[in-house]
Design a protein around this ligand. Structure first.
Ligand SMILES: Cc1cc2nc3c(=O)[nH]c(=O)nc-3n(C[C@H](O)[C@H](O)[C@H](O)COP(=O)(O)O)c2cc1C
Length: 327
């Protein structure tokens, strides 16, 4: 059984991947989508969106990273995938689920689910170009505005050469609204021989149990639920191994939160770092009452030094030195 951390553009970046995979239970994670239009992206794109590639393609905790692409041009996607491979991407994943208007308008993401033949052509070309030992996987929604092509799309992906398919069990128009239609994961698994992972609306251990029962598949990809409850994968891993499930409490979460903030401070501009912290905290409020309080204290704060104080984090050395010098 595999438990994956979902790709989430603008949320699950290198920093959150590092922090979440350290909690345990996650078998692999995925980059935010890398959008391919018409050219070969330079190595600098990967330094930004997939820095783990330059350190063995794993997070610090040792969790393998897959590189996800989004686009519609088979040859261009194939060339970029091959380049990512040469940089060390161990697995390439293709996104057929992004609901963003700008992306769909330029014929990328979920809009491609209207064209199973194109899905097939893309996967076949990328598979043909990648080194044989590099697995190619795909992530799909159930359709754009209806589910009539869901099974055709899944077949197209598998026949094109996808070795594994993640099914986000909603259409594009269903967005992120509950419910996720886990029964459709079962239908997809019935028509393809490759393993299918269920994805969508798993927030708790009980959700996972119900999802497994309804979808009939063992493998799962966790998105917002894992960001909101950082030990969700660890809980699931313990439950499936028949071990006692010990929930992570707020105190255990504190060093992770502080480390997330330290890394955000170091790697991002002071303009964006507070927003990232608030984004994670907003999701944590679903699981921890204490996060509601902290979020309340932070929500209007944009000054990094004051956030340091609220989190009990020491400001970076260079900043302390600059403050001393100007005092
Ligand atoms: C903020 C955000 C960004 C996302 N970005 C991506 C992405 O880059 N690639 C992708 O395949 N899916 C992306 N997704 C979809 C998630 O991977 C996942 O399929 C979806 O959130 C459903 O799972 P969940 O209900 O467990 O969150 C994104 C979702 C969210 C909420």
């Amino acid at each position: 059984m595999q438990i994956a951390l979902a790709p989430m553009e603008g949320l699950v970046d290198e920093i959150l991947r590092d922090v979440l995979t350290r909690v345990g239970g996650i078998d692999w994670c995925v980059t935010e989508f890398i959008r391919v239009t018409e050219r070969l992206l330079p190595a600098s794109t990967y330094r930004k969106l997939a820095p783990e590639l330059f350190g063995g393609a794993r997070t610090a905790a040792g969790t393998p990273l897959r590189v996800q692409f989004l686009g519609s041009d088979p040859q261009c996607l194939a060339d970029n995938a091959a380049f990512a491979c040469s940089l060390g991407a161990p697995v390439v994943d293709l996104n057929f689920g992004c609901p963003a208007k700008t992306v769909n308008k330029s014929r990328g993401g979920a809009v491609l689910l209207k064209e199973p033949e194109l899905l097939h052509a893309i996967v076949r070309e990328v598979r043909r170009t990648l080194p044989g030992a590099t697995p190619l996987t795909a992530k799909m929604r159930l359709g754009f505005d209806h589910k009539d092509y869901a099974l055709d799309c899944a077949r197209a992906l598998a026949e094109g050469g996808a070795a594994q398919i993640v099914v986000h069990a909603r259409t594009k128009v269903e967005g992120y609204k509950a419910p996720a239609h886990w029964e459709w994961v079962a239908r997809v698994q019935e028509v393809v021989a490759v393993p299918v992972l269920a994805n969508g609306e798993v927030w708790t251990l009980d959700d996972w149990r119900r999802c497994r029962e309804i979808s009939g598949v063992d493998d799962i990809m966790l998105g917002r639920g894992l960001v909101a409850r950082p030990d969700l994968a660890r809980q699931i891993a313990a439950a499936r191994a028949g071990q006692a499930v010990v929930e992570m409490d707020w105190a255990e979460l504190q060093p992770l939160l502080a480390d997330f903030w330290r890394q955000a401070r170091r790697k991002m501009s002071p303009r964006y770092a507070p927003g990232r912290l608030k984004q994670w905290l907003a999701l944590l409020t679903r699981s921890y009452p204490q996060a509601v309080e902290l979020f309340g204290a932070l929500r209007r704060e944009s000054d990094c030094a004051r956030i340091d104080a609220l989190l009990g984090v020491t400001a970076p050395l260079a900043e302390r030195q600059a403050r001393l010098a100007s005092a």
